[in-house]
Design a binder for this molecule. Sequence first.
Ligand SMILES: Nc1ncnc2c1ncn2[C@@H]1O[C@H](COP(=O)(O)OP(=O)(O)OP(=O)(O)O)[C@@H](O)[C@H]1O
Ligand SMILES: O=P(O)(O)O[C@@H]1[C@H](O)[C@H](O)[C@@H](OP(=O)(O)O)[C@H](OP(=O)(O)O)[C@H]1O
Length: 319
Amino acid sequence: MMQWSKRRQSSWIQIAGHQGNLLLSEGGEVLKRFSEVENSCLQALMSDSLRDFVPQYYGHTCRDGENYIRLEDLLSGLRRPVIMDCKMGIRTYQEEEINKARIKPSLRTDMYQKMVKVDPSAPSVEEHSQRGVTKLRYMQWRDSMSSSSTLGFRIEGIMMENGNVLKGFNKTRTTNQVIDALLCFTKRQPHILEVYHSRLLALREALMESEFFRTHEVIGSSLLFVHDSANKANLWMIDFGKTTLTPENVHLKHDVPWVEGSWEDGYLIGLESLTSLINEAIKQARQDPNSSNTNTDPKDSDKENGATQTQSETHELTL
Ligand SMILES: Nc1ncnc2c1ncn2[C@@H]1O[C@H](COP(=O)(O)OP(=O)(O)OP(=O)(O)O)[C@@H](O)[C@H]1O
Ligand SMILES: O=P(O)(O)O[C@@H]1[C@H](O)[C@H](O)[C@@H](OP(=O)(O)O)[C@H](OP(=O)(O)O)[C@H]1O
């Protein structure tokens, strides 16, 4: 038990999102930097039909002068977990970002640099000369370069069981690229893919019944897929930092394209795409379990997807 606990702590990792936003805590909990918006969502979700698809919420706490939300550690008890973070929705920015860009456009040099790194020809002549882009421009470009705009979700990062992290699926956009990534993530194991498939179907049912989903615009939220060497597999909804209550007169469908002012997030478009691509991956895995077309070596898959790979860092996260 001692050894297990030691190993698990060093294999805990945050594969996406703002680095340093999450800390591993004791007692099977993680702490996430406090946000009023996310805290309210989690509170509401604890009595919603989506509860089983959300990490357990234990309230909030203060450590070293910082406020944190206390959440169930979804990696707790897993042996060499394999993780994938998929950001859901056809857009990952809130409508208020549009107003900010119109009323008070401020240029982001960091975002310009991230853009140039992926595609030096992406910024316009003006943006090159300013060496900056607005956040709206960057987020829209990110959504259109990846599969967000077309498929309604994108892969943010994957950690393989050896701790290698694949990041930067910025250009993973076509269905074939996504299926390859899914086959790589699951090492073509049909039974793992099947568990994910049935969980996605169950999630859809829970969403249909959910009061929370009916009344919230869900932006930038992820599905965290996790399986381990003991063949446990599950997925959860995480990250509600940009999920907001809609006005009473707004009735979201979640499965239609967004137009400005509609609040639509396209969450169900993403869920539908993911479900059907996992179904396709199951077919391919069953037909050809040892295919050499799909790279199970993250280094090769890395090249194909344009993703970057980093060795998992061992964070000293226990507070
Ligand atoms: N409850 C949890 N248990 C285990 N790992 C988690 C949990 N919540 C988040 N993580 C890890 O942390 C990562 C980032 O989480 P999250 O998306 O909530 O952070 P964020 O900083 O709000 O992200 P963003 O920058 O996209 O808004 C996830 O990809 C996952 O690896
Ligand atoms: O994934 P990338 O390409 O690194 O881009 C980041 C990503 O879109 C985050 O969702 C966003 O934070 P929010 O969701 O909180 O807006 C962040 O904005 P930020 O730099 O303003 O935090 C972006 O930099």
